[in-house]
Design a protein around this ligand. Structure first.
Ligand code: GMT
Length: 388
Protein backbone atom coordinates (compact mmCIF):
# COMPACT_ATOMS: atom_id res chain seq x y z
CA UNK A 1 0.00 0.00 0.00
CA UNK A 2 0.98 3.62 -0.42
CA UNK A 3 0.28 5.38 2.84
CA UNK A 4 0.44 9.04 3.86
CA UNK A 5 0.83 9.79 7.57
CA UNK A 6 0.19 13.17 9.15
CA UNK A 7 0.86 13.69 12.86
CA UNK A 8 2.08 16.16 15.44
CA UNK A 9 5.86 16.30 15.17
CA UNK A 10 6.27 17.55 18.73
CA UNK A 11 7.30 15.51 21.78
CA UNK A 12 4.33 13.30 22.69
CA UNK A 13 2.68 9.92 22.41
CA UNK A 14 0.58 10.51 19.30
CA UNK A 15 3.61 11.57 17.25
CA UNK A 16 5.63 8.67 18.68
CA UNK A 17 2.97 6.08 17.77
CA UNK A 18 2.39 7.58 14.29
CA UNK A 19 6.10 7.58 13.55
CA UNK A 20 6.77 4.07 14.88
CA UNK A 21 3.77 2.85 12.88
CA UNK A 22 5.12 4.43 9.70
CA UNK A 23 8.56 2.93 10.25
CA UNK A 24 7.10 -0.53 10.91
CA UNK A 25 4.83 -0.32 7.83
CA UNK A 26 7.83 0.66 5.70
CA UNK A 27 9.76 -2.35 7.01
CA UNK A 28 6.86 -4.54 5.93
CA UNK A 29 7.20 -3.24 2.36
CA UNK A 30 4.62 -0.46 2.28
CA UNK A 31 5.61 2.95 0.94
CA UNK A 32 5.12 5.58 3.63
CA UNK A 33 4.95 9.34 3.10
CA UNK A 34 5.10 11.51 6.21
CA UNK A 35 3.37 14.84 5.52
CA UNK A 36 4.26 17.14 8.38
CA UNK A 37 5.14 20.59 9.52
CA UNK A 38 8.52 19.32 10.77
CA UNK A 39 10.12 15.89 10.87
CA UNK A 40 8.48 13.91 13.70
CA UNK A 41 10.79 13.59 16.69
CA UNK A 42 11.21 9.81 16.41
CA UNK A 43 11.67 9.59 12.64
CA UNK A 44 15.45 9.26 12.86
CA UNK A 45 17.18 7.93 9.79
CA UNK A 46 15.44 7.33 6.48
CA UNK A 47 14.80 4.06 4.68
CA UNK A 48 14.03 3.30 1.04
CA UNK A 49 10.31 3.11 1.75
CA UNK A 50 10.03 6.30 3.83
CA UNK A 51 9.56 9.78 2.40
CA UNK A 52 9.08 13.03 4.21
CA UNK A 53 7.20 16.06 2.86
CA UNK A 54 7.52 19.26 4.81
CA UNK A 55 4.53 21.58 4.98
CA UNK A 56 5.49 25.21 4.56
CA UNK A 57 2.70 27.65 5.45
CA UNK A 58 2.68 31.03 3.74
CA UNK A 59 3.62 34.07 5.80
CA UNK A 60 1.81 37.25 4.86
CA UNK A 61 1.63 40.45 6.92
CA UNK A 62 -2.18 40.38 6.91
CA UNK A 63 -2.28 37.04 8.72
CA UNK A 64 -1.48 37.15 12.38
CA UNK A 65 -0.28 33.57 12.15
CA UNK A 66 0.23 31.34 9.10
CA UNK A 67 -2.61 28.99 8.11
CA UNK A 68 -0.84 25.73 8.75
CA UNK A 69 -3.96 23.54 8.44
CA UNK A 70 -4.70 24.91 4.97
CA UNK A 71 -1.12 24.44 3.81
CA UNK A 72 -1.28 20.89 5.17
CA UNK A 73 -4.46 20.22 3.16
CA UNK A 74 -2.78 21.47 -0.02
CA UNK A 75 0.29 19.33 0.64
CA UNK A 76 -1.78 16.21 1.36
CA UNK A 77 -3.68 16.73 -1.94
CA UNK A 78 -0.39 17.19 -3.80
CA UNK A 79 1.32 14.14 -2.30
CA UNK A 80 -1.83 12.02 -2.70
CA UNK A 81 -1.96 12.88 -6.39
CA UNK A 82 1.67 12.45 -7.30
CA UNK A 83 2.39 9.50 -5.04
CA UNK A 84 -0.98 7.83 -5.69
CA UNK A 85 -1.70 7.35 -2.01
CA UNK A 86 -4.17 4.61 -1.12
CA UNK A 87 -4.55 5.72 2.47
CA UNK A 88 -4.00 8.92 4.41
CA UNK A 89 -3.70 8.18 8.11
CA UNK A 90 -4.37 11.23 10.29
CA UNK A 91 -3.17 11.01 13.89
CA UNK A 92 -5.12 13.25 16.28
CA UNK A 93 -8.42 14.65 15.01
CA UNK A 94 -7.19 18.18 14.49
CA UNK A 95 -5.83 19.50 12.32
CA UNK A 96 -4.72 16.37 10.50
CA UNK A 97 -8.05 14.68 9.82
CA UNK A 98 -9.67 17.97 8.87
CA UNK A 99 -6.86 18.92 6.53
CA UNK A 100 -7.14 15.50 4.89
CA UNK A 101 -10.91 15.96 4.46
CA UNK A 102 -10.23 19.31 2.83
CA UNK A 103 -7.55 17.73 0.62
CA UNK A 104 -10.05 15.14 -0.54
CA UNK A 105 -12.54 17.87 -1.42
CA UNK A 106 -9.85 19.70 -3.36
CA UNK A 107 -9.14 16.57 -5.40
CA UNK A 108 -12.83 15.86 -6.01
CA UNK A 109 -13.35 19.46 -7.02
CA UNK A 110 -10.63 19.24 -9.64
CA UNK A 111 -11.77 15.97 -11.11
CA UNK A 112 -14.86 14.23 -9.74
CA UNK A 113 -14.04 10.77 -11.14
CA UNK A 114 -10.51 10.79 -9.80
CA UNK A 115 -9.70 7.88 -7.51
CA UNK A 116 -9.18 9.36 -4.08
CA UNK A 117 -7.37 8.15 -0.97
CA UNK A 118 -9.25 6.63 1.96
CA UNK A 119 -8.95 8.51 5.23
CA UNK A 120 -8.12 6.66 8.45
CA UNK A 121 -8.15 8.76 11.61
CA UNK A 122 -6.69 7.69 14.93
CA UNK A 123 -7.96 9.45 18.03
CA UNK A 124 -5.22 9.67 20.64
CA UNK A 125 -6.66 11.32 23.71
CA UNK A 126 -6.87 15.02 24.36
CA UNK A 127 -8.19 15.57 20.84
CA UNK A 128 -11.38 14.16 22.37
CA UNK A 129 -11.15 14.66 26.12
CA UNK A 130 -9.72 18.20 26.29
CA UNK A 131 -9.64 19.93 22.89
CA UNK A 132 -12.77 18.22 21.56
CA UNK A 133 -14.64 18.85 24.79
CA UNK A 134 -14.12 22.60 24.41
CA UNK A 135 -17.15 24.30 22.86
CA UNK A 136 -14.93 26.17 20.39
CA UNK A 137 -13.72 22.89 18.92
CA UNK A 138 -16.50 20.37 19.47
CA UNK A 139 -18.23 20.79 16.10
CA UNK A 140 -15.06 20.63 14.09
CA UNK A 141 -13.85 17.49 15.92
CA UNK A 142 -17.24 15.85 15.27
CA UNK A 143 -16.89 16.65 11.57
CA UNK A 144 -13.38 15.16 11.53
CA UNK A 145 -14.71 11.92 13.03
CA UNK A 146 -17.83 11.63 10.90
CA UNK A 147 -16.14 12.46 7.59
CA UNK A 148 -13.23 10.06 8.05
CA UNK A 149 -13.65 6.71 6.28
CA UNK A 150 -12.52 4.81 9.34
CA UNK A 151 -11.71 5.80 12.92
CA UNK A 152 -9.63 4.08 15.54
CA UNK A 153 -9.10 4.93 19.22
CA UNK A 154 -6.16 3.82 21.33
CA UNK A 155 -8.23 2.32 24.17
CA UNK A 156 -11.75 1.23 25.11
CA UNK A 157 -11.80 4.17 27.48
CA UNK A 158 -11.19 6.62 24.63
CA UNK A 159 -13.70 4.90 22.37
CA UNK A 160 -16.35 5.14 25.11
CA UNK A 161 -15.55 8.79 25.78
CA UNK A 162 -15.81 9.54 22.05
CA UNK A 163 -19.19 7.83 21.85
CA UNK A 164 -20.38 9.64 24.99
CA UNK A 165 -19.23 13.09 23.88
CA UNK A 166 -19.78 12.92 20.12
CA UNK A 167 -22.29 10.17 19.38
CA UNK A 168 -20.36 9.49 16.15
CA UNK A 169 -22.01 8.20 12.98
CA UNK A 170 -19.46 5.45 12.47
CA UNK A 171 -18.02 2.56 14.46
CA UNK A 172 -14.75 3.16 16.22
CA UNK A 173 -12.21 0.36 16.24
CA UNK A 174 -9.85 0.05 19.21
CA UNK A 175 -6.18 -0.50 18.33
CA UNK A 176 -4.04 0.04 21.42
CA UNK A 177 -0.60 1.62 21.58
CA UNK A 178 2.35 -0.68 20.95
CA UNK A 179 6.03 -0.90 21.75
CA UNK A 180 9.00 -2.36 19.90
CA UNK A 181 10.23 -4.76 22.56
CA UNK A 182 13.39 -5.43 20.53
CA UNK A 183 14.36 -1.81 21.13
CA UNK A 184 12.66 -1.17 24.46
CA UNK A 185 14.36 -3.59 26.79
CA UNK A 186 16.62 -3.17 29.80
CA UNK A 187 20.16 -2.46 28.61
CA UNK A 188 22.83 -4.55 30.34
CA UNK A 189 25.28 -1.66 30.80
CA UNK A 190 23.37 -0.04 33.66
CA UNK A 191 26.51 0.84 35.68
CA UNK A 192 28.03 2.76 32.75
CA UNK A 193 24.80 4.67 32.17
CA UNK A 194 24.54 5.46 35.88
CA UNK A 195 28.07 6.78 35.88
CA UNK A 196 27.38 8.96 32.85
CA UNK A 197 24.36 10.40 34.62
CA UNK A 198 26.33 10.95 37.81
CA UNK A 199 24.16 8.51 39.75
CA UNK A 200 25.46 6.54 42.70
CA UNK A 201 23.82 3.55 44.39
CA UNK A 202 20.52 5.32 45.04
CA UNK A 203 17.15 4.18 43.66
CA UNK A 204 15.95 5.93 40.52
CA UNK A 205 12.39 7.13 39.90
CA UNK A 206 11.44 8.47 36.49
CA UNK A 207 8.66 10.56 35.00
CA UNK A 208 8.36 11.27 31.29
CA UNK A 209 5.82 13.62 29.76
CA UNK A 210 5.11 16.91 28.05
CA UNK A 211 4.55 18.60 31.41
CA UNK A 212 0.97 19.62 30.82
CA UNK A 213 -1.63 19.99 33.63
CA UNK A 214 -3.16 16.58 32.82
CA UNK A 215 0.17 14.96 33.82
CA UNK A 216 -0.05 16.32 37.41
CA UNK A 217 3.65 17.03 37.83
CA UNK A 218 2.87 18.35 41.32
CA UNK A 219 1.78 14.83 42.35
CA UNK A 220 4.99 13.35 40.92
CA UNK A 221 7.06 15.77 42.99
CA UNK A 222 5.02 15.36 46.18
CA UNK A 223 5.14 11.55 46.00
CA UNK A 224 8.85 11.57 45.25
CA UNK A 225 9.45 14.04 48.09
CA UNK A 226 7.81 11.62 50.54
CA UNK A 227 9.79 8.68 49.12
CA UNK A 228 13.10 10.54 49.23
CA UNK A 229 12.63 11.37 52.92
CA UNK A 230 12.87 7.63 53.67
CA UNK A 231 14.98 6.24 50.82
CA UNK A 232 18.06 7.50 48.99
CA UNK A 233 16.61 8.23 45.56
CA UNK A 234 16.94 10.43 42.49
CA UNK A 235 14.05 11.56 40.29
CA UNK A 236 14.68 11.84 36.55
CA UNK A 237 12.24 14.20 34.84
CA UNK A 238 12.26 13.74 31.09
CA UNK A 239 10.41 16.07 28.71
CA UNK A 240 9.34 19.66 28.79
CA UNK A 241 6.20 21.74 28.74
CA UNK A 242 4.14 24.46 30.41
CA UNK A 243 4.36 23.11 33.99
CA UNK A 244 8.10 22.65 34.06
CA UNK A 245 8.96 26.10 35.46
CA UNK A 246 6.58 25.69 38.40
CA UNK A 247 8.07 22.27 39.01
CA UNK A 248 11.58 23.74 39.14
CA UNK A 249 10.43 26.37 41.64
CA UNK A 250 8.80 23.67 43.81
CA UNK A 251 11.95 21.60 43.78
CA UNK A 252 14.04 24.61 44.85
CA UNK A 253 11.60 25.70 47.56
CA UNK A 254 11.45 22.21 49.00
CA UNK A 255 15.20 21.77 49.07
CA UNK A 256 15.49 18.71 46.82
CA UNK A 257 17.47 20.25 43.95
CA UNK A 258 20.26 17.69 44.39
CA UNK A 259 17.78 14.79 44.08
CA UNK A 260 15.78 15.90 41.01
CA UNK A 261 17.25 16.01 37.52
CA UNK A 262 15.40 17.95 34.81
CA UNK A 263 16.73 16.31 31.65
CA UNK A 264 14.52 18.06 29.08
CA UNK A 265 13.42 16.42 25.84
CA UNK A 266 15.42 13.29 25.13
CA UNK A 267 14.62 11.10 22.14
CA UNK A 268 16.44 7.93 23.17
CA UNK A 269 14.88 7.10 26.50
CA UNK A 270 15.87 3.42 26.66
CA UNK A 271 19.14 4.11 28.56
CA UNK A 272 17.24 6.20 31.12
CA UNK A 273 14.55 3.55 31.57
CA UNK A 274 17.29 0.93 31.87
CA UNK A 275 18.57 2.47 35.11
CA UNK A 276 15.13 3.30 36.51
CA UNK A 277 13.46 1.38 39.33
CA UNK A 278 10.05 3.02 39.24
CA UNK A 279 7.95 5.14 36.90
CA UNK A 280 5.51 7.67 38.37
CA UNK A 281 2.66 8.63 36.03
CA UNK A 282 -0.22 10.14 38.04
CA UNK A 283 -2.17 11.68 35.10
CA UNK A 284 -5.72 12.80 35.71
CA UNK A 285 -6.82 11.26 32.40
CA UNK A 286 -4.60 9.26 30.10
CA UNK A 287 -6.25 7.65 27.10
CA UNK A 288 -3.60 4.93 27.03
CA UNK A 289 -0.25 5.93 28.54
CA UNK A 290 2.46 4.97 26.06
CA UNK A 291 5.27 6.08 28.39
CA UNK A 292 4.11 3.53 30.99
CA UNK A 293 4.08 0.72 28.40
CA UNK A 294 7.60 1.65 27.25
CA UNK A 295 8.80 1.69 30.85
CA UNK A 296 7.26 -1.75 31.46
CA UNK A 297 9.01 -3.12 28.37
CA UNK A 298 12.27 -2.06 30.05
CA UNK A 299 11.29 -3.86 33.24
CA UNK A 300 10.27 -0.76 35.18
CA UNK A 301 7.21 -1.16 37.44
CA UNK A 302 4.76 1.74 37.23
CA UNK A 303 2.58 3.69 39.60
CA UNK A 304 -0.33 5.14 37.65
CA UNK A 305 -3.89 6.30 38.28
CA UNK A 306 -7.12 4.41 37.81
CA UNK A 307 -8.13 7.15 35.38
CA UNK A 308 -8.49 6.53 31.65
CA UNK A 309 -6.90 3.62 29.84
CA UNK A 310 -4.27 2.51 32.36
CA UNK A 311 -6.38 -0.32 33.85
CA UNK A 312 -6.68 -1.85 30.37
CA UNK A 313 -3.05 -2.95 30.41
CA UNK A 314 -1.75 -2.46 33.94
CA UNK A 315 -2.88 -4.75 36.74
CA UNK A 316 -2.74 -3.47 40.31
CA UNK A 317 -0.27 -5.51 42.36
CA UNK A 318 1.23 -7.17 39.28
CA UNK A 319 2.86 -4.53 37.08
CA UNK A 320 2.82 -1.78 39.66
CA UNK A 321 -0.03 -0.02 41.43
CA UNK A 322 -3.12 1.92 40.39
CA UNK A 323 -4.11 4.76 42.70
CA UNK A 324 -6.95 7.27 42.69
CA UNK A 325 -6.03 10.55 41.00
CA UNK A 326 -4.37 12.82 43.55
CA UNK A 327 -3.75 10.12 46.16
CA UNK A 328 -0.12 11.09 46.65
CA UNK A 329 0.12 9.29 49.98
CA UNK A 330 -0.70 5.90 48.46
CA UNK A 331 1.62 6.58 45.53
CA UNK A 332 4.48 7.21 47.95
CA UNK A 333 3.57 4.20 50.10
CA UNK A 334 3.41 1.80 47.14
CA UNK A 335 6.52 3.37 45.63
CA UNK A 336 8.49 2.72 48.82
CA UNK A 337 7.24 -0.85 48.93
CA UNK A 338 8.60 -1.51 45.45
CA UNK A 339 11.89 0.26 46.06
CA UNK A 340 12.56 -1.49 49.37
CA UNK A 341 11.47 -5.06 48.63
CA UNK A 342 14.00 -6.42 46.13
CA UNK A 343 12.19 -9.75 45.67
CA UNK A 344 8.86 -8.08 44.96
CA UNK A 345 10.55 -5.63 42.58
CA UNK A 346 12.08 -8.51 40.56
CA UNK A 347 8.67 -10.17 40.30
CA UNK A 348 6.91 -6.96 39.23
CA UNK A 349 9.69 -6.18 36.77
CA UNK A 350 9.39 -9.64 35.14
CA UNK A 351 5.59 -9.26 34.95
CA UNK A 352 6.01 -5.89 33.26
CA UNK A 353 8.31 -7.26 30.57
CA UNK A 354 5.92 -10.15 29.88
CA UNK A 355 2.91 -7.82 29.72
CA UNK A 356 4.64 -5.40 27.33
CA UNK A 357 5.38 -8.29 24.95
CA UNK A 358 1.63 -8.67 24.38
CA UNK A 359 1.78 -5.15 22.89
CA UNK A 360 4.77 -5.78 20.63
CA UNK A 361 4.74 -3.67 17.45
CA UNK A 362 4.22 -6.52 14.95
CA UNK A 363 0.76 -7.66 16.06
CA UNK A 364 -0.64 -4.17 16.37
CA UNK A 365 0.79 -3.00 13.05
CA UNK A 366 -0.96 -5.96 11.43
CA UNK A 367 -4.21 -4.69 12.91
CA UNK A 368 -3.64 -1.30 11.29
CA UNK A 369 -2.84 -3.04 7.99
CA UNK A 370 -6.07 -5.01 8.02
CA UNK A 371 -7.94 -1.85 9.00
CA UNK A 372 -6.54 -0.06 5.93
CA UNK A 373 -7.38 -3.03 3.71
CA UNK A 374 -10.93 -3.04 4.94
CA UNK A 375 -11.27 0.64 4.09
CA UNK A 376 -9.92 0.03 0.60
CA UNK A 377 -12.07 -3.05 0.03
CA UNK A 378 -15.18 -1.17 1.15
CA UNK A 379 -14.46 1.30 -1.60
CA UNK A 380 -13.74 -1.55 -4.03
CA UNK A 381 -10.71 0.21 -5.47
CA UNK A 382 -7.97 -2.02 -4.21
CA UNK A 383 -6.92 -5.61 -4.34
CA UNK A 384 -3.96 -6.65 -2.19
CA UNK A 385 -0.69 -6.76 -4.12
CA UNK A 386 -1.90 -4.53 -6.96
CA UNK A 387 0.01 -1.53 -5.65
CA UNK A 388 -2.73 0.61 -7.15
O1 GMT B 1 -3.74 13.47 23.64
C1 GMT B 1 -2.65 13.95 23.97
O2 GMT B 1 -2.40 14.44 25.06
C2 GMT B 1 -1.60 13.95 22.99
C3 GMT B 1 -0.95 12.67 22.82
C4 GMT B 1 0.46 13.06 22.62
O3 GMT B 1 0.79 13.41 21.49
O4 GMT B 1 1.17 13.08 23.61
O5 GMT B 1 -1.01 11.70 23.87
C5 GMT B 1 -2.03 10.78 23.79
O6 GMT B 1 -1.68 9.81 22.84
C6 GMT B 1 -0.80 8.76 23.27
C7 GMT B 1 -0.56 7.83 22.09
O7 GMT B 1 -1.75 7.27 21.64
C8 GMT B 1 -1.38 8.06 24.48
O8 GMT B 1 -0.53 7.02 24.92
C9 GMT B 1 -1.55 9.09 25.59
O9 GMT B 1 -2.15 8.46 26.69
C10 GMT B 1 -2.43 10.24 25.13
N1 GMT B 1 -2.43 11.31 26.16
C11 GMT B 1 -3.51 11.58 26.89
O10 GMT B 1 -4.56 10.99 26.79
C12 GMT B 1 -3.34 12.65 27.91
Amino acid sequence: MRIGISCHHTYGGSGAIATELGKALAERGHVVHFINRSAPFRLGSFSKNIFYHEVEAMHYPLFECPFHSLALATKIAEVATYEKLDIVHAHYAIPHALSAILARQMLEDRCSDRRCFRLATTLHGTDITVVGADSSMEGIVRLAINRSDGVTAVSDYLKNETVRLFDPKRDIRVIPNFVDTDVFNRMPDGPAIREKLGLGEEKVCIHLSNFRPVKRIGDVLAAFYAISKKIAATLLLVGDGPDRSDAEVWVRENGIVDRVRFLGKIDDIVPLLSVSDLMLMPSSGESFGLAALEAMACGVPVIVTTAGGFPEFIADGEHGFLVETGDVERMAEKGMFLLEDAEAWERFSRNCVARARAYHTGGLVERYESFYLRLLEEEGSYSAGSGE
